[in-house]
Design a protein around this ligand. Structure first.
Ligand SMILES: [Zn+2]
Length: 506
């Protein structure tokens, strides 16, 4: 049995409604989890970050208590993930008792170990990012991340002895050059480390929406939030479960929060005598006109309407195919429509429709037997291993490109072997062979693409008439070309990806 796989998204800060960027990160985690679940124990965690001044301010502006505000918004996140066919194993909320109690336990633990001490904090603070900044990092006196005004804060605080972990961090980074990906983010973090680290203020006294500290104040929202990755899997509570999943296999973050996850987070884990996650991957941003898409920039596109208009699975495909995970990419509805129409409707959807129509016409919809070896089969038998390796290396675009080689080869097989002529010339064995290859190829595509487009590929699977489970282990279902049983009765139905102009009218 392979070691368990644990994938996390950031927990999302609910100061407003979710946008497509939240769906993006969570879809990435879903593809990893769905692929992993076919062959080993897997845990996929997401959730919401509900404490902090920004949430308190947003709630106050809406005339609600922070808890009411969060309780009303959380269902929007869950609905978004459902709309995009995301199947997480757990959704943690930082206001839940199971989290709060353990955060307090961490605080006690760190105080006892001497990693947390009392001191005076003075410095600049960006409320929007809940981040402290050194004077030298400000840009024209404003927050270097979001450009907003920063506040001067002066108070007695609890501090985490982050500076004491700098040497260990440097050594860890030098010996584990792939633990932070992509390399551009790794390099950026090395610059931070080389510049030196200040101790981190981890308590706030100016507001009270957070995890209470015995004796007064609340815990800094970032410490509270980071701990979700271990509180959700039973840290200090269920040792066996915790050891099954920790360290996380991959933690997905946006590049703007890489610093918290690759410098502060491992130091906290080490202070708790735990290990750092195996990989932190900082993905790029979805941009509109060169600006990061986010609620605060008021250019957010409603992710629910995108799923309605283009189809959730087509959006999943677009987001993973359009750009490598570590790069930014600019959002455009033309690009979504173009990929949907050319790659999904034409290349893939038509392939299924044409194949099942020919099978209906020439063989009453029944998959024929297969004689001899198949050149297509020989060529594509290595594909599942290649796709799986690319998925777990988070090279989704290359995984899809690899799968598309099979799509292209099957379409070419129709054009070159011309089943209609084989039928006319009564070359029954050759016709059987090409029809079998097409059906078998489609079966492979349904399985390989299932993690990316779970709903549409289940429908393709249904039309192919295959009785087994679509999400079974690739090493058995795709072991060799020829797994599709002869005499399978296919069930052609509506196109998988109707052309968009037809959608627009409905
Ligand atoms: Zn800011």
């Amino acid at each position: 049995m392979d070691r368990a796989y644990y994938v996390t998204t950031p927990i999302y800060y609910i100061s407003g409604n979710p946008h497509i960027g939240h769906a993006y990160t969570t879809i990435v985690a879903d593809v990893l989890a769905r692929t992993s679940r076919t062959f080993r124990p897997t845990f996929f965690l997401t959730g919401t970050d509900e404490h902090g001044q920004k949430v308190a301010n947003a709630a106050a502006a809406a005339g609600k208590s922070p808890q009411e505000w969060c309780d009303e918004l959380v269902p929007r996140w869950k609905a978004l993930f459902a709309a995009y066919h995301i199947e997480y194993d757990d959704f943690i909320r930082t206001t839940e008792t199971r989290h709060v109690e353990k955060v307090q336990r961490v605080f006690e633990h760190l105080r006892e170990s001497g990693d947390v001490y009392r001191g005076k904090y003075e410095g600049w603070y960006c409320v929007d990012d809940e981040t402290f900044w050194l004077e030298s990092k400000l840009v024209d006196g404003r927050c270097p991340t979001c450009g907003r005004a920063v506040q001067w804060i002066s108070e007695e605080d609890w501090f985490f002895r982050l500076s004491a972990y700098r040497d260990r961090l440097l050594e860890y980074f030098e010996h584990n050059r792939d633990w932070v990906q992509p390399r551009s983010v790794y390099n950026e973090m090395m610059v931070f480390l080389r510049e030196g680290l200040d101790d981190l203020s981890i308590s706030r006294t100016s507001f009270d929406w957070g995890v209470p500290i015995p004796g007064g104040g609340v815990i800094y929202v970032w410490l509270d939030a980071l701990l979700n990755y271990i509180t959700a899997i039973g840290w200090s509570e269920d040792e066996a479960r915790f050891r099954t999943y920790w360290p996380a296999s991959v933690q997905l973050v946006g590049k703007e929060i890489a610093r918290f996850h690759t410098i502060i987070w491992p130091a906290i884990l080490w202070a708790l005598s735990e290990t750092a996650p195996e990989v932190v991957f900082a993905h790029g941003w979805i941009t509109v006109d060169g600006q990061k898409m986010s609620k605060s920039l008021d250019n957010a596109v409603d992710p629910f309407s995108l799923a309605d208009r283009f189809g959730a699975d087509a959006m999943r495909y677009f987001l993973l195919r359009e750009a490598p995970l570590g790069s930014d990419f600019s959002y455009s509805e033309e690009k979504i429509a173009q990929r949907r129409n050319s790659e999904l409707a034409n290349d893939l959807g038509n392939l299924l429709q044409r194949t099942l129509a020919m099978l209906q016409r020439y063989r009453d919809g029944i998959v024929p037997g297969r004689k001899g070896s198949s050149a297509l089969g020989g060529r594509f038998e290595p594909l599942p291993a290649i796709v799986r390796a690319r998925i777990f290396a988070l090279r989704f675009r290359e995984a899809l490109e690899g799968i598309w080689e099979l799509v292209t080869a099957l379409n070419r097989a129709i054009d070159e072997r011309k089943p209609w002529e084989l039928h006319k010339q009564n070359r029954a064995d050759e016709l059987d062979a090409v029809l079998y290859d097409l059906c078998e190829g489609l079966r492979w595509l349904a399985i390989l693409l299932h993690p990316f487009m779970p709903e549409r590929m289940s429908e393709m699977w249904r039309q192919l008439g295959t009785p087994e489970r679509i999400d079974e282990d690739w090493s058995s279902s795709l072991r060799a070309w020829g797994g599709l049983a002869p005499l399978t009765q296919t069930a052609p139905a509506a196109p998988l990806f109707p052309k968009l102009d037809t959608i627009a009218q409905t």
